[in-house]
Design a protein around this ligand. Structure first.
Ligand code: PMP
Length: 361
């Protein structure tokens, strides 16, 4: 359309490709492609959704006070420093919208989450990709890449799709050495899977240049409800709230998330099952000659001889009704990311990869 042009940066965006959820002609799919909780949400969350439905004609609360209180209680945080979004994606979007624009740089890492690049381009900023070291985020590389134009630094800890993470002392070192105008965004979409890790909450309390983001899409089993949150300095949360749509979260989503975060027993069970089955899956794959990095999340990154073998295995698994994730777009063409499913799914995917490695096609 002559003369009608999008804003600079938008045509640089490659569309986000989500995990596959079906294969034509194949029923009984085992979906291990989107890092979802295989047990679904807490029954209490399902009940809360049912109870909330009769309020469908009402606008939801704009301040998310009840959910923020519930999150604050569960995680030992201050409710007035929490902002809720339509998935943590929306909180990441608020951050880009508020703090980056044309002429600014947004740092993300080599195998980092695809949305960082997309969101930076969407606001006209320049995404700057920084190398990792053997699929682990490297603080020195990030610090080297910083300039006076750096406004945001995104790191996912644990990282997706590698599953690796870096220690709090490294994150502290990063935050302490960033340029004055740069904000560190610690994306903790998988933080709950790591026993004893606070996702960076203490660092947020100690510094004024760190924001942490979290989600209900993974451990809490509410990917379809689209609820995430951020935690940061009050001044930053105030800025983000100014650009947030007042009714961004539906009443149903708020009810589901509040009940889910209060059901700590269910959360604990999901976490411990994930830990047990993740170790089992990694070991079973290794026995079939498929190594993976030590994962701290709810997936493993299975490494194949080359891109061709990874693609052939993906095709073979699809034929068996098993969906995993190719991560070519994350510069990992020889790997497949496999969500830790329930026990039956883990056994099935390991068995089929074993057959594939033994020559089945
Ligand atoms: N960060 C990371 C690292 C992720 O893997 C994801 C989900 N794929 C998100 C953020 C966004 O999740 P959501 O918007 O569902 O909270």
């Amino acid at each position: 359309m002559a003369g009608i042009e999008p804003q600079p940066g938008i045509m640089e965006i490659s569309l986000y490709v989500g995990g596959k959820s079906s294969v034509e002609g194949v029923s009984n799919i085992v979906k291990l492609s989107s890092n979802e909780n295989p047990y679904g949400p807490s029954p209490a969350a399902q009940e809360a959704v049912r109870r909330s439905l009769h309020e469908m004609h009402r606008y939801p609360p704009t301040d998310h006070a009840a959910l923020r209180e519930a999150i604050a209680e569960a995680h030992g945080l201050e409710a007035d420093r929490i902002i809720c979004g339509v998935g943590s994606d929306e909180v990441l979007q608020f951050l880009c919208h508020a703090y980056a624009g044309a002429g600014d740089e947004v740092i993300h890492t080599e195998h980092g989450f695809a949305m960082y690049r997309i969101l930076a381009h969407a606001v006209g900023a320049t995404p700057v990709e920084v190398p990792e070291r053997e699929r682990v985020v490297c603080v020195d590389s990030i610090l080297e890449a910083c300039t006076e134009r750096t406004r945001l630094v995104f790191i996912a800890n644990p990282n997706n799709p590698t599953g690796t993470m870096i220690g709090l002392s490294e994150i502290e070192r990063l935050a302490a050495n960033l340029p004055e105008r740069a904000l560190l965004v610690l994306d903790g979409a998988y933080a709950e899977y790591v026993e004893g890790y606070d996702g960076g909450a203490k660092l947020v309390h100690a510094r004024d240049n760190v924001v942490m983001t979290r989600t209900f899409s993974k451990l809490y089993g509410l990917g379809g409800m689209r609820v995430g949150w951020g935690y940061g300095p009050r001044e930053i949360i105030d800025v983000l709230n100014r650009i947030r749509q007042p009714f961004n979260l539906s009443g149903v989503a708020l009810a589901a998330a509040e009940a889910a975060v209060r059901d700590s027993a269910y959360v604990e069970k999901s976490r411990s099952e994930n830990t047990r089955l993740r170790a089992w899956l990694a070991e079973a794959l290794a026995e079939h000659g498929v190594p993976s990095d030590a994962s701290t999340a709810n997936f493993v990154l299975a490494r194949f001889a080359d891109a061709e073998e990874a693609a052939a295995c993906d095709t073979y698994l699809q034929g068996q009704g098993i969906l995993v994730r190719r991560v070519t777009g994350y510069k990992l063409p020889a790997a497949l990311r496999i969500t830790v499913g329930d026990e039956a799914s883990c056994r099935r995917v390991a068995h089929c990869i074993g057959l594939f490695k033994a020559g089945a096609r």
